[in-house]
Every structure is written in structure tokens, then in C-alpha cells.
Design a protein around this ligand. Structure first.
Ligand code: MG
Length: 157
């Protein structure tokens, strides 16, 4: 579990799950970004990691090999809703989400902590406004979770 105090609000975030979009978030052009696997392995000791993907570029299973995670390949229409429903089933109140695309907006909105990342694909404006925090880069976002005091500083009122 990752616990984050939010001074000025009396809130304490207790996060047990981390749900991540794959393409544009963990990967660029279908390939996982350098350093990301190591950061996820470190985080996996504290939270259950879930990776959601439409598999746009294929080969996701190979890319996430060695990362302790639940991989969920989405199919068909309504992927915005599918992602949001996945987070709701885990319990949005104990879940953090990281994503970039427009179909991440609802999971980012409902998650206890939503982080939007920009990177090479850019981020959809709807997802930026749905998130609690915006990072330029996934490695920075994952390190926020490894060093929760950084988030305390960002979220305090
Ligand atoms: Mg994406």
C-alpha cells in the first residue's frame, strides 16, 4: 500500500492498485520505454499493478514480460467505459491511474489519484483536466508514487 497525506484537506490517500494505460503511457510506438520496467518492479512491492491496453501496436505481452502485473487487453467499442469499469471493480477509492489518451479520461476522473502524462503522444485535454496531477514523463510519474512526499507537496491546499 502507498499512503499519501494531503495537508490542508485532512485527506489520506491509501492506494492498493495502480492502473496504467500502455500505449503513450508506458510505451511509445508499442515499445516499453527505457527504465519503466525497473520502476514498475519496484512499485509492485507496494501496489498491485494493472496494465490496460487496446493492443494497438500488438506484442504487449512480450513488452510486459518480467513485470509483475495483471495485463488486460481490451477489445471492441467503448474502451473509455471499459477502463472506467475496470477501475470501479477494483475500488476507485483505493486506486491510482496513469494515462494519456482521451479514453483514459473517465478512469482518471474516478480514481482516487489520477496522473496524466504527456510524453511523445501528447495527452488529451479531457484527460488532463480529469487528472489530479500532470507529469511530462512516465518515469517522473512513477517516482512520485515511490516518493509520496513529492505528491504531498503537489496536492497540499
Ligand atoms: Mg494511451
Amino acid at each position: 500500500m502507498i499512503e499519501i497525506d494531503v495537508p490542508g484537506t485532512g485527506e489520506k490517500l491509501s492506494l492498493e492498485h495502480l492502473v496504467l494505460d500502455f500505449n503513450g503511457t508506458l510505451a511509445v510506438d508499442g515499445r516499453i520505454k527505457p527504465g519503466v520496467a525497473d520502476l514498475l518492479r519496484e512499485l509492485a512491492a507496494r501496489v498491485q499493478i494493472h496494465i490496460l491496453t487496446a493492443g494497438t501496436f500488438g506484442g504487449v505481452e512480450t513488452q510486459v514480460e518480467g513485470i509483475p502485473c495483471v495485463l488486460k487487453v481490451l477489445s471492441g467499442q467503448g474502451q473509455t467505459a471499459q477502463k472506467a469499469e475496470y477501475v470501479a471493480a477494483l475500488g476507485a477509492g483505493r486506486t491510482a491511474c496513469i494515462g494519456n489518451g482521451r479514453n483514459d479520461r473517465e478512469m482518471l476522473r474516478q480514481a482516487r489519484l489520477g496522473i496524466a502524462v504527456i510524453q511523445e503522444e501528447g495527452a488529451a485535454i479531457d484527460s488532463l483536466t480529469a487528472a489530479d496531477v500532470v507529469c511530462l514523463d512516465i518515469a517522473v510519474a512513477l517516482r512520485l508514487l515511490l516518493h509520496p512526499l513529492r505528491l504531498t507537496a503537489t496536492l497540499r491546499v
